[in-house]
Design a protein around this ligand. Structure first.
Ligand code: TRP
Ligand code: SF4
Length: 345
């Protein structure tokens, strides 16, 4: 790694490996990660153990899903030359740190995490009354702290997890670190997430079946746009509409250029354009974004070994960094060798 990156702040973030990504994942996270590579020393993890916290009963797609996520990252512009891109389960030290943290994580802290309560209430088709599910924010704390990350870019729903991470860091440092703290307290960096509606107008989400995937070919994108809901007040072609209450209008605000946006506002409010035309412009903007990504992805689809090689090289770099932290942790907790180990420095 270039020496200039040493002085950079370190970023760690991750996504659960639940398969191919959609535009919501791009706008809510990935696009921001790609830009962060210019300013930070970045670690991005495919969180396959996290996926198991809810989908533990069937692991037949875990490996494939990890690769799909990674390929979408590469397609969007994460650069393995600049960022460490790795698979969580390929860095077993995360599990060791998770175990040690679990000793000091009070149950009350975990039961109070808002996502825990919400998901227990909302997800009824799986039994989430497991040890792993309750402890999953502790695993996330280990993910973050094992790399001593300074900054964690996340969406709103994850801020409480970063807060818990800070509390665990503080507690660990308080118990075991005399001269110098081992763990910094990471800051969450809230990703400015514009409202991205799915084709039915609700928030774009895999569970609603309303997504546009990063891998959708052009005809599929155009077809999805055609069936997308619009301003309900525009029943007839001659009725004026309002892009501010129209999901297609929301897409334009995120993806279209200024002049298209002006045409949309003017034409919709005056009923001079029809929704079909307006949607085709939105589709144009999406296709312009997705085509280069899909071209980049194709190289890896044609040769899956390339993707796995990147993930393995990244995981090796991650194991190295994680290993250094674990040496400090074992030393601080009195679990290193009982005699002075010969140094190789
Ligand atoms: N829990 C995160 C999510 O569900 C994914 C994740 C795993 C993560 N490890 C992380 C995010 C570490 C930030 C930092 O979206
Ligand atoms: Fe929505 Fe465009 Fe139709 Fe206006 S013209 S209602 S912005 S799709």
């Amino acid at each position: 790694m270039a020496s200039s990156t040493k002085s950079r702040k370190r970023v760690l973030s991750g996504m659960r490996s639940t398969g191919r990504l959609h535009l919501g994942n791009y706008v809510g996270a990935l696009d921001n990660w790609v830009r962060m590579q210019d300013h930070y020393d970045c670690f991005f993890e495919v969180a396959d153990w996290h996926a198991l916290t809810t989908d533990y009963a069937d692991t037949s797609r875990v490996k494939e899903n990890s690769l799909e996520v990674a390929l979408d990252w590469l397609a969007a512009g994460l650069d393995p030359e600049r960022s460490v891109i790795f698979i969580q389960s390929h860095v077993p030290a995360h599990a060791e740190l998770h175990l040690l943290f679990s000793m000091i994580a009070p149950l009350g802290w975990l039961e109070r995490v808002p996502t825990y309560k919400e998901q227990r209430e909302n997800i009824k088709d799986k039994d989430l009354g497991t040890y792993g599910f309750l402890g999953y924010p502790v695993l996330q704390s280990a993910d973050i702290l094992i790399y001593k990350a300074d900054v964690v870019p996340v969406g709103e729903d994850q801020v409480a997890h970063v807060e818990l991470t800070r509390e665990i860091a503080r507690r660990f440092n308080g118990f075991y670190c005399r001269a110098k703290d081992i763990f910094p307290e990471p800051q969450s960096l809230l990703t400015p997430a514009p409202k991205l509606p799915g084709t039915d107008g609700r928030k774009m989400s895999k569970s609603y079946g309303n997504t546009i995937m990063l891998t959708d070919p052009e005809p599929v994108v155009r077809q999805k746009l055609k069936t997308m809901v619009t301003d309900p007040a525009r029943v007839r072609r001659s009725d004026p509409g309002n892009p501010d209450v129209c999901p297609v209008g929301d897409l334009h605000k995120i993806f279209s250029d200024r002049s298209t946006l002006d045409k949309v506002y003017e034409g919709c409010r005056s009923a001079r354009i029809g929704c079909i035309e307006c949607k085709s412009w939105a589709a144009d903007a999406l296709v312009r974004l997705l085509v280069p990504m899909q071209a980049r992805r194709k190289k890896y689809e044609d040769n899956p070994r390339l993707g796995w090689d990147i993930l393995e090289a990244g995981s090796e770099r991650a194991r190295q960094a994680a290993g250094e932290t674990m040496n400090e942790v074992r030393e601080a907790m009195g679990m290193s060798l009982g005699y002075e180990a010969p140094t190789n420095k």
